[in-house]
Design a protein around this ligand. Structure first.
Ligand code: SAH
Length: 426
């Protein structure tokens, strides 16, 4: 199938700051990615885009409401439309042949299904596939599909860039522009599923989604939760709850909120068993140190009666020593005990993936195996995640997209003003 190609202006230097909201909702965020102005929880579905509502923004509940309240139609019509969009990849209302003419005309007048623009896509020799998707005239994000024995995992982005500044992550070097809308998150799934010829419930090419692309998903809570609900809905992509995984650098209050408002697998980017080291690698640790983070994970695991995955990126000479392995094993055992469940903690070892300009290195194979062995001897499940798609820069931590960085620009602007003696005026 041909995917529409977009023209997107990726010449970023000295370009004016893009009206980020142009492609979706007028969202303003602070540096941790929290929405400070703009949409409230349930408004996303109700924001007209160019006068029309983008149906990609709506999960089943919002679409039913839209059909009943705005279109004056029965709920089951919303269900038909969801199937057209997410099962058959039809976005033109004229082609939705089981809807009456009058309804199709009404939809045409009030709604649209706005497909993300594929700037380019690349296939790796190992079957991994990466898309660069244009989100607005200045920003693009990356989505990666990773096929493996009996499963196909899509790695989905949640923000344009990331504000958390983890020291070893390529996305961080790009700075942060804005949150993605629900439509822009589910649009990534749509593009990949369509490319793969995925038919939910029948021809499953896409079996898992991990929110492990660009961005911190819990900093874009409402949009991510709504998009994950479409992923798990039978009328959407029909994925089992446990096959949708949200990965966080450790936004503690949001982990508790996630437990209440969604039902997905949780992964936590740990990377260090000591606070001092973790704060260096993941600055968010200063705000939410290890004991608070682990307590939140215990509450999540207990509430959901499920395991939590702890990601540990192995960096040479930084966090790959026997003392780190032993302390990590202790932390994980404490976790199992607190949850009162065997193997409640699963460790995922990710050998560091290098990118231009980084000061970190991947440990050699022997060091990785030695680290893993210490964990196994302590009774922990700790697979080493094989690097996939590194020939197309699609491996963990290598996603960059094209980010028009507003936060950094603002910070630089402030610095310049301060240098000119204007103080904190900016
Ligand atoms: N912000 C979320 C989602 C990103 S997930 C989070 O931090 O969990 C991406 C995963 O890859 C995280 O575990 C991240 O820490 C890890 N990662 C980042 N950069 C990496 C790199 N260069 N090599 C290997 N893993 C990396």
């Amino acid at each position: 199938m041909n995917t529409p190609r977009a023209t997107i202006d990726l010449t970023l230097a000295d370009a004016p700051i893009a009206p980020a909201a142009q492609a979706g909702a007028p969202v303003e965020v602070d540096v941790t990615g929290n929405i400070v102005t703009g949409l409230k929880k349930d408004d996303a579905a109700a924001v007209p885009v160019g006068g029309k509502r983008n149906l990609f923004d709506m999960d089943r509940a919002s679409l039913e409401r839209f059909f009943e309240e705005t279109l004056g139609e029965k709920k089951f019509r919303a269900h038909q439309v969801m199937k057209w969009i997410h099962h058959r990849y039809v976005t033109d209302f004229a082609d939705m042949t089981d809807l009456g003419k009058a309804l199709r005309a009404k939809l045409e007048a009030h709604a649209e299904v706005r497909v993300p623009q594929v700037v380019f896509d690349k296939a790796s020799t190992d079957g991994t596939h990466k898309w660069l998707l244009g989100m607005d005239p200045k920003n693009a994000i990356e989505t990666v599909y990773i096929p493996d024995k009996g499963r196909g995992t899509l790695c989905v982005s949640s923000q344009v860039g990331c504000a958390l500044n983890c020291q070893f992550c390529s996305t961080a070097t790009q700075g942060f522009n804005r949150n993605l809308t629900t439509a822009e998150i589910i649009g990534q799934v749509w593009v990949a599923a369509r490319h793969l010829g995925n038919v939910p419930h029948q021809q499953r090419k896409l079996t898992n989604v991990v929110m492990m692309g660009m961005g911190e998903p819990l900093a874009n809570f409402d949009n991510v939760v709504r998009a994950m609900s479409i992923m798990r809905d039978d009328l959407g992509y029909g994925l089992a709850n446990k096959r949708v995984t949200l990965s966080t650098a450790g936004m503690v209050p949001m982990i508790d909120r996630l437990a209440v408002e969604s039902d997905v697998s949780l992964a936590v980017s740990l990377h260090a068993p000591f606070d001092e080291l973790r704060t260096e690698l993941v600055p968010l640790n200063k705000k939410y140190p290890l004991d608070q983070l682990m307590d939140a994970c215990v509450r999540y695991a207990r509430g959901k009666k499920s395991s939590v995955t702890f990601e540990y990126t192995l960096m040479k000479g930084v966090n790959d020593q026997p003392q780190h392995a032993r302390a990590l094993a202790r932390l994980m055992r404490q976790f199992d005990n607190a949850v009162q469940m065997k193997d409640a903690a699963k460790v995922n070892l990710i050998p560091f993936n290098p990118y231009p300009g980084t000061r970190f290195e991947r440990p050699d194979e022997a060091a990785i195996r030695a680290f893993q062995k210490l964990l196994n001897e302590a009774g922990l499940i700790a697979p080493v995640r094989r690097t996939r798609g590194d020939d197309i820069d699609a491996a963990c931590g290598q996603l960059k997209g094209q980010v028009m960085d507003r936060t950094r620009r603002q910070a630089e602007f402030r610095k310049q003003l301060q240098a000119q003696g204007v103080g904190d005026a900016a």
